[in-house]
Write a protein that binds this ligand. Structure first.
Ligand code: DLL
Length: 423
C-alpha cells in the first residue's frame, strides 16, 4: 500500500476508534474531557497527538475489565500478564479481534518464510500468556502442521523436534539458545533436526544473538514483537533483510515519544514506543506507552514493503540500570560478549551497593567447546572481558567465569539482572 493510502486508512480508523472509546469507555471519556478533546476534533491521523496517553498503571487501576469497550458477552477470550508487582493486567478479545490477530500473525510468519509445508513447534507458553495461543492461531491460518508443545521440558522438546521433523521453532531467543546447547547433552546433533526457521521474541535480544542462533541452529532467525496490551505477538516482525521490524500499522499505529517529556519525536530519533490500536474492539487503547525503546523508519524496505519499520528493541526505559550515574542496558553486555565470542551467551548481572557505591558483577558461562586448562588462562580471559566492557560501557565490571550450565535457564522470558540495591 502507498504511504498516502495507508494514512487515509489510518485516519478513517482513528476517527471511528475515538468515537467508539469515547462512547463506551468511561476512563477515556474522562481523560479526553480533562484534555478538552472531543471525538469531533479528530479529523486525521495527525490529530492523534491531541489524545491522552495510556499507561500500564491505567490497566491495573481498572482491573480486571474496566477498560473493555464491549459487554463481556461479546468477549470470547481473555489473556493476562502477571507483571512483577501486584495485580495482573487483563485484556479481552472479541471474535473479530481474534480473527484480526490470527491474520496479523499469519502475515508475520509468511514474512519469515513460513508456509503450509512447514511443521511448526510452538514452545511459547500456552495459557494466559499471549505467546502460545497467539502464534498458534496464526500458524494454523498459514496452514502449518502445528505442534503445540508449549514451554519447558527440554528433553521432550528435542525429542519431538527430531521425531516430528519440526521445520520452524517459535520460542524466546534465550530458550532457543538453551535448546541448542542441550542438543549434545541429550544425544542429538543438528543432523537429527530439520529446523529451517526460528520465530523468536517476547524479550529483548541483540542482532549478535540473532546471528549466534542462526549459526548454532543453521536456520534463519526472525524477530517477532508484541505485547498483550496491544494484542500479543505479531504487532511487528522482521523480513529476510532484518533491517528493522515491519509494524502492522493498519492495525497498530506507532509513535515515538521522549521518555521524560512524552513529546513526539521525529523518525530516526530514539524514544519510547507508543501504540494506538486502530481496529481493536475488546480493549482498544489510545497511545499506549510500551516503555520499549526504538526508532521509526518510513523508507521502503529492500523487500518492497512500505510499512513503517521499528528498530529492533534492545531495552525498555524501565529496565535501564543506572550504575554510578551511567545508563546501562543488559543488551550492551550481551553485545560485547557475543562480539568477543570467547564465552557462551549465558550471563547474569548482579548489581549491589558497597560503601554507598554501586557495584556490578557479571557472571558468564564458559563455552564448553573452548576448554581452558589453567587458572592463569581463566584469569586472563576474565580480565580481557573486564577490559572490553570497560571500554564499551565506561564502567568497571567484576567478571566471574562460571562453569557451563551454572546459570539458571528460563523456559520463557529470561531474567538477566539481579539488582540487590532494591532490597
Ligand atoms: O511477550 C508477546 C509476545 C509473545 C511477543 C511471543 C512475541 C512473541 P507481554 O508478555 O505482554 O507480551 O510482554 C511484552 O515483552 O513490551 C517488550 O518489552 C517485550 N518484547 C516482546 N517481544 C519482543 C521482541 C509478549 N521481539 C513486552 N524484542 C514488550 C524485544 C520484546 N522485546
Amino acid at each position: 500500500m502507498s504511504r498516502d493510502n495507508m494514512r487515509d486508512l489510518q485516519s478513517k480508523r482513528l476517527i471511528q476508534l475515538v468515537q467508539h472509546v469515547y462512547e463506551n469507555v468511561a476512563f477515556y471519556r474522562q481523560r479526553m474531557d480533562e484534555k478538552g478533546v472531543k471525538p469531533s476534533d479528530i479529523h486525521s491521523i495527525d490529530d492523534i497527538i491531541k489524545l491522552p496517553f495510556t499507561y500500564k498503571t491505567d490497566l491495573r487501576d481498572n482491573y480486571p475489565y474496566g477498560l473493555f469497550a464491549v459487554p463481556l458477552k461479546n468477549i470470547v477470550r481473555v489473556h493476562a500478564s502477571s507483571g512483577t508487582t501486584g495485580k495482573p493486567t487483563t485484556v479481552g478479545y472479541t471474535k473479530k479481534d481474534i480473527e484480526n490477530w490470527r491474520e496479523i500473525v499469519a502475515r508475520c510468519l509468511t514474512m519469515a518464510g513460513v508456509s503450509n509445508d512447514d511443521i511448526m513447534q510452538i514452545s511459547y507458553g500456552y495459557g494466559l500468556f499471549t505467546g502460545g495461543l497467539g502464534v498458534h492461531y496464526g500458524a494454523e491460518t498459514v496452514g502449518c502442521t502445528v505442534v503445540p508443545i508449549s514451554g519447558g521440558n527440554t528433553r521432550r522438546q528435542l525429542q519431538l523436534m527430531s521425531d516430528f521433523g519440526s521445520t520452524v521453532l517459535a520460542c524466546t531467543p534465550s530458550y532457543a539458545l538453551h535448546l541448542a546447547d542441550a542438543l549434545s547433552e541429550f544425544g542429538y546433533s543438528l543432523n537429527d533436526m530439520k529446523l529451517k526457521i526460528g520465530v523468536f521474541g517476547a524479550e529483548p535480544w541483540t542482532e549478535q544473538m540473532r546471528k549466534e542462533l542462526e549459526k548454532k541452529w543453521g536456520i534463519h532467525a526472525h524477530d517477532i514483537y508484541g505485547l498483550s496490551e496491544i494484542m500479543g505477538p505479531g504487532v511487528a516482525n522482521d523480513c529476510i533483510y532484518h533491517t528493522g521490524l515491519h509494524v502492522h500499522e493498519d492495525h497498530f499505529y506507532p509513535e515515538i515519544v521522549h521518555a521524560d517529556t512524552k513529546e513526539p519525536l521525529p523518525d530516526g530519533t530514539e524514544g519510547e514506543l507508543v501504540f494506538t490500536t486502530l481496529t481493536k474492539e475488546g480493549i482498544p487503547l489510545l497511545r499506549y506507552n510500551t516503555r520499549d525503546l526504538s526508532t521509526l523508519n518510513r523508507e521502503t524496505c529492500a523487500c518492497g514493503r512500505t510499512s513503517v519499520r521499528m528498530k529492533k528493541i534492545t531495552g525498555r526505559s524501565d529496565d535501564m540500570l543506572i550504575i554510578r550515574g551511567v545508563n546501562l542496558f543488559p543488551s550492551q553486555i550481551e553485545h560485547v560478549l557475543l562480539e568477543m565470542g570467547e564465552t557462551s551467551a549465558h550471563y547474569m548481572l548482579y548489581v549491589d551497593r558497597a560503601n554507598n557505591l554501586d557495584t556490578l558483577e557479571l557472571k558468564v558461562e564458559l563455552d564448553e567447546s573452548k576448554l581452558i586448562d589453567t587458572i592463569k588462562d581463566l584469569q586472563n580471559l576474565s580480565h580481557k572481558i573486564e577490559h572490553a566492557l570497560n571500554s564499551a560501557i565506561g564502567l568497571s565490571v567484576k567478571v566471574t567465569l562460571v562453569e557451563p550450565k551454572a546459570i539458571v535457564r528460563s523456559e520463557g522470558k529470561a531474567v538477566r539482572v539481579i539488582d540487590n540495591r532494591k532490597k
